[in-house]
Design a binder for this molecule. Structure first.
Ligand SMILES: Nc1ncnc2c1ncn2[C@@H]1O[C@H](COP(=O)(O)OP(=O)(O)O)[C@@H](O)[C@H]1O
Ligand SMILES: [Mg+2]
Length: 276
């Protein structure tokens, strides 16, 4: 059971961990976020450093309110940076862009539009030079990938929560981002639907070779999906507290992961971190 010793990275090392620049997709450097409040400035994040490699799947865990959504929305370019920088492939971000797709906990679809129209909204913006037929093909391809081939023309308001989240996933992949950012996307779903959507997510992620950063409060989900689980310290002034490498082969099945000798060691490591 030396795995914890083997994979535990001390806080000091995390500050220094870096990969060759040609391997890095996302680079968060000395990131800081301050929210002004009536009682004065609230420093949510400070000295947050994190590099994420191309094609990596990283999950983020941390206590509620520590600043996970803040960090993700900053990477998305939807929330201004107070200090430090975020780069995608070495270029500092300057707001939202089609290189980064986002999936939130609730998919915020246009309720009066069909699944297809909702996915097309993004596709039309990102591929203005494609023909109408080509754009439709892209949207349909991803809707079919998430199992919605029979629901192209159903209005979003008529879909179950699980189906709406499937549209959200299709919409995010259809714009062909380099990075997919997911904020507790399956948090509101029942466990069966959650499992199905995890499998779909991994399948498309693997095929499209994109980089994924996903916040989750579910330790098992964090392990099952990730190459690395990033643990955030509690706020204020939250930063990266620890990182755990998950060395399971891919493709993974739930059964193979649960039966693996290291599974409970990983799990204990994460739970010990959260309980501290
Ligand atoms: N727009 C805002 N203005 C002021 N405080 C905010 C704002 N958004 C989030 N916060 C505060 O910042 C902290 C981190 O929030 P958030 O990033 O949503 O945490 P998490 O996603 O980890 O639960 C919380 O204390 C929250 O109340
Ligand atoms: Mg959040």
């Amino acid at each position: 059971m030396s795995i914890i010793a083997g994979h535990k990275i001390t806080k000091n090392l995390i500050e220094n961990i870096s990969f060759p620049s040609n391997e890095v997709m996302l680079d968060l450097k000395d990131l800081k976020k301050v929210y002004p409040t009536p009682k004065g400035d609230y420093v949510v994040l400070e000295h947050l450093n994190l590099q994420i490699r191309k094609e990596e799947f990283v999950t983020i865990i941390g206590h509620s309110g520590c600043g996970k959504t803040t960090m993700l929305s900053m990477i998305a370019g939807l929330n201004p940076i107070s200090d430090g920088s975020i780069s995608v492939l070495g270029k500092p971000i300057k707001g939202p862009g089609p290189d980064r797709g986002v999936i939130f906990q609730s998919p915020s679809l246009m309720p009066w539009m069909t699944s297809l129209q909702n996915v097309l909204l993004g596709v039309n913006q990102v591929f203005p030079h494609a023909t109408k037929a080509q754009r439709k093909d892209i949207a349909k391809y991803y809707l079919q990938k998430v199992g919605l081939e029979d629901a192209f023309h159903k209005k979003a308001s008529e879909l179950s929560q699980g189906m709406q989240q499937r549209v959200g996933i299709a919409r995010a992949f259809a714009i062909k981002p380099k990075v997919l950012l997911l904020d507790e996307p399956f948090g509101m779903l029942d466990s069966l639907t959650r499992g199905e959507l995890q499998d779909i997510l991994i399948e498309i992620w693997n095929k499209e070779k994109i980089t994924a950063v996903m916040i989750t409060h579910d330790v098992d989900e964090a392990i099952f999906l990730a190459d690395r689980v990033v643990m955030m310290t509690s706020g204020p002034k939250a930063k990266i507290g620890d990182i755990l490498d998950i060395n399971f082969d891919r493709p993974r099945t739930r059964k193979s992961v649960l039966e693996h000798d290291d599974y409970y060691t990983y799990r204990k490591h994460l739970i010990d971190f959260l309980e501290h």
